[in-house]
Design a protein around this ligand. Structure first.
Ligand code: SAM
Ligand code: SF4
Length: 321
């Protein structure tokens, strides 16, 4: 079992398979980064898999594939199948912007993917175009329908932004509720890569809007999920992710692996250690030591909302959010 210095069990790894993206979301990557990481610097799926086997053997139970946009990477279904064939009861999930989903949802499900999180920030084509800086909505929604059709469990993520999509909180929730998709409203996390002047809604503001339309009860956190859940009278659940709140980090059970092989102990901080050389040499022992060292160094909490509340240097498109 992997435990950090604050006695938190670490059993969840988020793997970013590419930092590249076909969107330029204002809160994440408004401009193309000055240079993409050259493709030859990315770990191959075989190398990533070698590392994941170590992590699984050490007690990791959940793996989420993310990015950048993970569906930009070819043969992703084969990577998913490698993991599934190694341990079929791994909770295998992916976060995607949904743009390319329609054509591959069946393949991903057949390979062993269980769950998907899709970013649905709006249901208005012009607003989607404003946020992603590309005409994306139809593809995203078609992708969601296909994922549901092939039997993938779907959750939605919405980042409510003042003056942009904050008038659509009810509409997005209703869209999701009709399809039995759990929606999670994520507070915008300030980072130096996002567009300037963006303002996100705080959880209290989102709850105020929702409470004018629905009655619901606070269910608290569900296991180690960062999402605070609420349940409506008819049983529908929605979540709020509040990284600015103190209890966000208390039950954190995750670390992140970038496409280049950096293991990152916390979403906020810049500290990372590379497993790339070890994995490329087939030196499993060293890779396992790096994994343990990173977990030992995991900080107690992020700094959003703290006394010295700062924008993070971390790029969400590298860490996978
Ligand atoms: N491209 C995929 C997508 O958009 O779903 C996966 C990667 S994206 C970095 C993962 C999640 O991070 C998305 O749900 C996105 O909304 C969220 N995200 C990105 N930047 C964020 C920010 N500054 N604050 C809050 N959430 C953010
Ligand atoms: Fe791409 Fe996802 Fe970042 Fe948007 S949030 S730019 S879709 S990585």
């Amino acid at each position: 079992m992997l435990k950090d210095s604050f006695d938190r069990v670490i059993d969840y790894i988020r793997v970013s398979v590419t930092e590249r993206c076909n969107f330029r979301c204002q809160y994440c990557m408004p401009e193309k980064p000055f240079e993409w990481v050259p493709k030859e610097n990315l770990l191959t799926f075989e190398e990533l898999f070698e590392f994941l086997k170590i992590a699984i053997d050490e007690g990791v139970k959940k793996i989420r594939i993310t990015g950048g946009e993970p569906l930009l990477r070819e043969d992703l279904d084969k990577f998913i199948k490698m993991i599934y064939d190694y341990k079929s009861d791994i909770d295998l999930a992916m976060t995607t912007n949904g743009y390319l989903l329609k054509g591959v949802a069946r393949k991903l499900k057949d390979a062993g993917l269980k769950r998907l999180n899709v970013s649905i920030d709006t249901l208005k084509p012009d607003v989607a175009k404003k946020i992603a800086q590309k005409d994306v909505l139809k593809n995203v929604l078609d992708g969601v329908e296909e994922a549901l059709k092939v039997g993938l469990k779907v959750k939605a993520n919405m980042v409510p932004l003042r003056g942009i999509n904050d008038g659509e909180i009810i509409d997005v929730l209703e869209y999701c509720k009709k399809r039995d998709i759990t929606v999670r409203f994520i507070e915008y996390m300030e980072n130096i890569h996002a567009s300037k002047d963006l303002k996100g809604l705080k959880s209290k503001e989102v709850l105020d809007i929702l409470s004018k339309h629905y009655s619901f009860k606070d269910e608290g956190f569900d296991g180690s999920s960062p999402s605070h859940y609420y349940v409506m009278d008819d049983g529908y659940r929605f979540g709020i992710i509040e990284p600015y709140e103190d209890d966000f980090c208390q039950k954190c059970n995750r670390i992140r692996l970038t496409a280049e092989g950096y293991l990152i102990p916390c979403l906020y901080f810049d500290e990372a250690m590379s497993i790339a050389d070890a994995v490329k040499r087939g030196d499993i022992k060293t890779a396992a030591l790096v994994l343990k060292e990173v977990i030992k160094n995991k900080p107690e909490k992020n700094r959003w909302g703290g006394e010295d509340d700062e924008a993070s240097n971390r790029a969400f498109y590298e860490t996978g959010g």
